[in-house]
Design a protein around this ligand. Structure first.
Ligand code: NAD
Length: 415
């Protein structure tokens, strides 16, 4: 095995949410990092110390790492590296994973360096690493990522586990050595298992969210029921655990939707239907309709203004990919509601009337919806009606409509 903790020269291809954080953390662990992206503007910004991603702790970590990362759009800069991470996007197209960015990146690497070991951190369907090896002859390691946006720096330094899939000991050793500073448990396995672990994990988490949202729907119909209490009682069981049991407007973001789509499509290709995951996807889709229906019940006049608090797909990030808040706004606009929106870090969104503060949003709207769980929404002061789609507020107040509670807010006091 390579000497534990020995430092390396590492390439990182794709400097988005995951790639940039990975590059920064590896550089701050003492490695020399070459960061490559095809986006000219992004590389020019990074060279000028401008980061367009909002993540707690990112700015400080970036400044610390800056001198140890060489940012470039030129793949030739990777010629002396022996380990190159692929962290480009893997979106879905018509429900199927699109691997073009991965194969483009690997093709470009191969032209400048045909001896490096490739490490795929992008989320890819099982069999992808082996296909890359067969096409290129390069050694390929699978090392999927599990960070949570909004906590990405911490999660990269303190992961719950590190999964490394490869077909030979030397490659497994190389990647294990690179991450040994994290002290996380390491699972060494095949490429296919590593690829599967990523999709199975995300599908399970998505299912957990949809499960609690479905029970939340039921709570709304049962006198004296409240999903918060039910989830707390469930989560104290160690076999269940408290995480991902928060009822809300459903999961969004760059991962769960595309990964469940890609995974179920992949399984169908093997003539296996992932019934549970497909049901979780359906439940998630229906969340927006339920919130819209709630608005319609409360508002029969479409001339009023609906104020939406939160645009990001979750708090502590400026990522709005597949944001449920954004989908909610678009759907309300389609239904001819006038919408104003506010988010603490997202200031401009095409086609949406944004306001500059939560106070302005409250003042200029007739009814409000909390769509993203930003901390600053906890102490909202208004007598206007608020649909609390994230269960953040004290629902004993008359103006709060809380999801997942009997009749929305008609809780009977339990002594
Ligand atoms: P992103 O869209 O933020 O970033 C991808 C970057 O890759 C972009 O900067 C793009 O310009 C660059 N790129 C595309 N093609 C390229 C090429 N041929 N050469 C060089 N650069 C290229 O994506 P992300 O959110 O960082 O996700 C990256 C991968 O990590 C995806 O597979 C995703 O599923 C996975 N992942 C994401 C998260 C997350 O929280 N965002 C968590 C775990 C795993």
């Amino acid at each position: 095995m390579a000497q534990k903790g020995a430092l390396m020269k590492v390439g990182v291809v794709g400097l988005g949410y995951v790639g940039l954080v990975t590059a920064i953390v590896l550089a701050n662990a003492g490695n020399t990092v070459i960061g490559v992206d095809i986006d000219n503007e992004k590389i020019a910004n990074l060279k000028n110390r401008i980061v367009n991603i909002y993540e707690p702790g990112l700015e400080g970590a970036f400044n610390q790492a800056y001198d140890k990362i060489n940012f470039s759009i030129d793949y030739a800069s990777l010629k002396d590296t022996n380990l190159i991470y692929i962290i480009v996007s893997t979106p879905t197209k018509e429900g199927k994973i699109l691997l073009d960015y991965v194969f483009d990146a690997i093709g470009s690497i191969k032209n400048s360096n045909d001896t490096a070991t490739i490490v795929i951190k992008s989320t890819v369907v099982p069999g992808t690493a082996r296909r890359v090896h067969e096409r290129t002859g390069l050694e390929v390691v699978s090392n999927p990522e599990f960070i949570k946006e909004g906590n990405a720096i911490y999660d990269t330094i303190h992961p719950d586990r590190i999964i490394i899939g490869a077909s030979n000991k030397k490659s497994l050793d190389l990647v294990e050595n690179l991450w040994s500073f994290t002290k996380a448990p390491i699972v060494r396995t095949t490429n296919e298992n590593a690829e599967l672990i990523k999709y199975a994990s995300n599908s399970f988490l998505a299912t957990k969210i949809s499960f609690i949202n479905e029970i939340a729907n039921l709570c709304e119909k049962i006198p004296n029921a409240d999903i918060e209490v039910v989830a707390k009682g469930m989560g104290l069981d160690k076999r269940i655990g408290p995480y991902f049991l928060k009822a809300g407007i459903g999961y969004g973001g760059s991962c769960f939707l595309k990964d469940t789509r890609a995974f179920t499509n992949f399984a169908r290709g093997l003539e296996e239907k992932l019934n549970i995951v497909e049901a979780a996807m359906k439940v998630n889709n229906d969340r927006i309709n339920r919130i819209i229906n709630l608005v319609k019940v409360e508002v029969d006049d479409k001339n009023i203004v609906v104020g939406v608090l939160g645009i990001a797909f979750k708090n502590n990030t400026n990522d709005m990919r597949e944001s449920q808040a954004l989908k909610l706004i678009k759907r309300m606009q389609e239904e001819n509601f006038r919408v104003k929106a506010y988010d603490p870090v997202i200031k401009e969104v095409k086609g949406i009337e944004m306001v500059h503060s939560k106070e302005e949003c409250i003042k200029t709207s007739n009814i409000l919806i909390i769509a993203t769980e930003w901390e600053e929404f906890k102490d909202i002061k208004t007598k206007k009606l608020i649909i609390d789609a994230r269960r953040m507020l004290d629902m004993s107040k008359d103006n709060i409509i809380a999801i997942g509670v009997s009749g929305y807010n008609k809780k009977e006091e339990i002594l």
